[in-house]
Every structure is written in structure tokens, then in C-alpha cells.
Design a protein around this ligand. Structure first.
Ligand code: H2B
Length: 123
């Protein structure tokens, strides 16, 4: 009689350890707490130029020309240094796309909203 092919019972072999939930939180660190998606959407109703893209806030600012766009970027740089919170910046002639996320926390935090509002004032 043919022996049944042996096969490890399900779950008996080497397997990845149960992955810890990777929800971004401030647990275990001093990082700013991540703001929930629902709360972000609520806040964005008062900031209609800003969008929620992945784990970031994003807005494209449009200026009359390149020099004015660069002046804005320079002012934002000063503000970012003061806050020790730095945006990703894409400059395309007169358009500046700002992307804000708190890398240390793994999502959007109050620091991103604060810098977004500072940018709105500077634009
Ligand atoms: N900028 C952004 N956007 N996210 C961060 O988590 C961040 C930063 N961390 N700027 C700051 C610098 C941190 O590395 C320093 C030590 O404050």
C-alpha cells in the first residue's frame, strides 16, 4: 500500500511570526500622535485647497512666475527650520507642490496641519 505523501500539517512549518499590527501610533515613542483619517477629512473641510494623499497632506500653490514661487519656497524653508518639520517640495516653474507627513510618526500629525496653515499664510 502506497504511503501517503508526507506533508507538514498546516501551520507546523517555519512561518513568519504573527506580524504585530503596524498601525502608525505614537505608542512607545515621543513622536507626535498620528491623526485618524476621519479627523483629517473633517479638518480638511476648512482647508479646501489641501488634499489627503496617502499618508500626507498635499497642496499645489500656483504663482505668477518662477521667482515668486521660489520666494515662497524660501519663506517656507525658514518656517520649516523653525519648526524642525520639513515638507517634500516639488517645484515646477510657477507651481509648487507641498507634501506634508510626519515621518517619525508614520502619518499625518498636528505638525503637518501647523505647517500647512503657515504655508497658507505665506502664499
Ligand atoms: N520633517 C518631517 N516632515 N517629518 C519628520 O518626522 C521630521 C521632519 N523629523 N524633520 C524631524 C526633522 C526630526 O528628524 C528632527 C530630529 O527633528
Amino acid at each position: 500500500m502506497a504511503k501517503k505523501p508526507t506533508r507538514p500539517a498546516a501551520g507546523s512549518g517555519p512561518s513568519k511570526a504573527a506580524a504585530a499590527p503596524s498601525a502608525p501610533t505614537s505608542a512607545g515613542g515621543n513622536h507626535a500622535p498620528v491623526i485618524s483619517d476621519a479627523e483629517i477629512e473633517t479638518r480638511l473641510t476648512t482647508m479646501p485647497e489641501w488634499g489627503h494623499v496617502g499618508e500626507a497632506l498635499q497642496r499645489t500653490f500656483i504663482f505668477p512666475d518662477f521667482v515668486k514661487a521660489m520666494t515662497f519656497v524660501d519663506r517656507v524653508a525658514e518656517e520649516a527650520e523653525k519648526a524642525q518639520h520639513h515638507p517634500d517640495i516639488l517645484i515646477r516653474y510657477n507651481k509648487v507642490t507641498m507634501t506634508l507627513s510626519t515621518h517619525d510618526s508614520g502619518g499625518i500629525t498636528q505638525k503637518d496641519f501647523d505647517l500647512a496653515q503657515a504655508m497658507d499664510r505665506l502664499a
